[in-house]
Design a protein. Structure first.
Length: 314
């Protein structure tokens, strides 16, 4: 269905629409790239259409943000516009990333972007994109690298699919003791894969912990573990960690998952750490979204939350 034309207001500039990477020389703050994986998904998906849908959804938002205030003082909160504070580019989409050759090309492209930008944000695609996204960000530093996943699932399955990226990265050389999985849910995993996570030494933060613990505390724990060797950290945002009412376009989302504000907050907290060099946004099937586009709109906001975290680094 064609989207309605958004009104033009010169006093309300919209974000997104960033210049192509090849048109900008010199260092960058954030580089966006689409990695439209879909063909090895365990369930039918149109996730390969999602990078374009996220780019379109970004145009709904402003790049303006401000710090929260307090009852004692209002009106002097710091504020800024992301598009003015950061040098952001869009590198387009990786070609055919579901094949071995295409996956390797995607990893090389991401490595090139990572050499120029402080943060690379990869738009999926299903969760298979986490492999080239992380390998590209880590490069030769995989031996000291860390991985943080926000996901209802362990992603330790055998074979090659959107259910296997964590296992594949461990087999590629990632130390599993520097893997932290936040949001793992009951009734979403098998005993065999939970046992595999335990045997590997993966740190698992159950979804229910997030009901009791401050999100900043959880993020700090994850960053300390994933960054223990001083290497680069990649963050996988599998949007099916969210409640199904929040993320109906994620085939494996469950009732009772994270709320949108929790995922947004964790994204900003994690991206604010300079050790985080890459973020991917996975498992959104734009073709299966609710009529109001809520899942894709959330994915677009995750791009902006990652950018906001980058601003907080200074």
């Amino acid at each position: 269905m064609p989207q309605p034309q958004l009104p033009h207001d010169p006093s309300w500039p919209r974000t997104g629409g960033w210049p192509p990477a090849e048109d900008v020389s010199g260092p960058l703050d954030l580089a966006l790239i689409g990695v439209p994986t879909a063909r090895t998904s365990l369930s039918p998906t149109g996730a390969d259409a999602t990078p374009g849908a996220i780019r379109a959804a970004l145009r709904r938002y402003a790049g303006h943000l401000s710090a929260p205030g307090s009852p004692a003082e209002r009106g002097a909160e710091p504020e800024l516009v992301i598009d003015e504070a950061l040098a952001i580019v869009d590198a387009g989409d990786a070609e055919d990333p579901d094949t071995d050759a295409g996956e390797a090309r995607a990893a090389r492209r991401i490595a090139g972007l990572g050499s120029r930008a402080r943060l690379v944000v990869a738009l999926g695609g299903d969760n298979a994109l986490t492999v080239p996204a992380a390998l590209g960000v880590w490069g030769d530093a995989i031996g000291t690298a860390g991985l943080i996943t926000l996901d209802a699932h362990h992603d330790l399955r055998d074979g090659r699919s959107n259910g296997s990226p964590v296992r594949r990265l461990v087999e590629a050389g990632l130390n599993p003791r520097r893997v932290v999985q936040i949001g793992i849910a009951d009734f979403a995993n098998s005993r065999a894969y939970r046992s595999r996570a335990r045997e590997l030494g993966i740190t698992v933060v159950h979804r229910d912990e997030l009901h009791e613990r401050p999100l900043a505390e959880v993020a700090a724990e994850a960053l300390a573990i994933a960054g223990a060797a001083g290497g680069p950290i990649h963050v996988d945002l599998d949007v099916d960690v969210c409640d199904r009412a929040v993320a109906p376009a994620c085939p494996a989302s469950l009732p009772g998952g994270l709320q949108a504000h929790e995922l947004r907050r964790l994204t900003r907290l994690l991206a604010a750490d300079p050790r985080v060099r890459g973020v991917d946004i996975a498992e959104v099937d734009a073709s299966a979204d609710a009529p109001d586009g809520r899942t894709v709109r959330l994915a677009a906001l995750l791009v902006l939350e990652a950018a906001a975290g980058l601003v907080l680094r200074g």
